[in-house]
Design a protein around this ligand. Sequence first.
Ligand code: GLP
Length: 243
Amino acid sequence: MTTPMHVDVVQDEAALAECAADMICELVTTKPDPVLALPTGDTPVLTYERLVRRESADSVDFSRMIVFAIDEFLGVPRDAPGTNSRFYRQHLRLRVRALHIPNPSAREPEAHIRAFAESVRRLGGLDLCVLGIGTNGHIAFNEPGSGRESGARVVDLARESREAHAAGFGSIENVPPQAMTLGVADLLEAKRILVLAQGEPKAEIVRRAVEDPPSADVPASWMQAHGGVMWLLDEAAASHLRG
Ligand code: GLP
């Protein structure tokens, strides 16, 4: 069963960041202790900057919010350049109650990431899961081929994903070949999902995820099965939508 997903289109990157920050702040206002999952990537950077600015202006208090990362590379130290740990330290400079990130040097990564997903459930699940989308249709690190029921696990990264992170790690050879990710099924357990995409390079994959029948070829398309998804796009990322 699929339901049409809600799609909001705003003019540009700046408008997208304002709008995404508004949604997160509204949630914190109505529920001061929400549990959120927040993504890495270039897309949410400006949104996080807006949140930091609002916190500094004392207009929003995030101190009771609990944040979970959705994925992390595997086989590198926590503070290595390019890791998601580094990303959050650099960009999500908010005073939150807790920020949970999988340990990239976990000895037993499969057990570690499964326990990580379980700890989200123990807290009552995600009130809001914010996601980006990879140019190959991945969500978190659920690469093409990931099924609707896939759980938290260790994955082999697709070439496109490693290329996208080459700059962060210094070169593509330095990008770990594997990562830990929450599974599609874990992400779909969130009460609400907000997907952010901007720029023309995302336009075709956004169209496939939103308008084509759901399939493991485009893991983001599995979100059609969730009743509470909102896509927030800039005009360039929305430019291939037909509906
Ligand atoms: C990554 C992450 C995703 C992210 C995606 C898009 O590698 N694992 O969580 O949403 O790529 O990133 P960007 O926003 O840089 O296009």
